[in-house]
Design a binder for this molecule. Structure first.
Ligand code: HEC
Length: 106
């Protein structure tokens, strides 16, 4: 009985934290895309991919491959640490990059 109670409390705490932090969103993706905080060399994604430059083909990747590529750019182009797979940050970036690609493909 005690274990079940603990599990319920843990779930409740997790749900509260998740709601407070919010899920992935385009706004968060945009913020990260233009922010220099992902890396250590003062660059941002937008510095190289202004207005979706170079992102015309992103619709051809699934979310998992896109996450990998984004992390490669963070590590190689921004001298940053890769984001955790399925994190709000990475999911938001995937969302935003996809929106740029879709706009470009038109
Ligand atoms: C120093 C310049 C630079 C920065 C900064 C940079 N990238 Fe890139 N990115 C590139 C280059 C170069 C390529 C590979 C060549 C290409 O497809 O344009 C690329 C490729 C990509 C691709 C794959 C495009 C494709 O169709 O193959 C994605 C997605 C991407 N970058 C996202 C990002 C994101 C998100 C960030 C920020 C975290 C970022 N990039 C930061 C230079 C950069």
């Amino acid at each position: 009985m005690n274990r079940i109670f603990q599990a319920i409390v843990a779930l409740f705490v997790l749900a509260t934290v998740a709601t407070a932090a919010g899920g992935p969103s385009l706004e968060k993706g945009k913020e990260l895309f233009t922010s220099t905080s992902l890396g250590t060399n003062g660059r941002s994604c937008a510095g190289c991919h202004a207005n979706g430059k170079g992102l015309e083909e992103v619709a051809n990747y699934d979310e998992k491959s896109l996450s990998k590529i984004i992390n490669q750019c963070i590590v190689k182009a921004l001298d940053g640490k890769p984001l955790t797979v399925d994190s709000v940050e990475l999911s938001s970036l995937v969302m935003y990059v996809n929106s740029l690609g879709a706009a470009k493909a038109k």
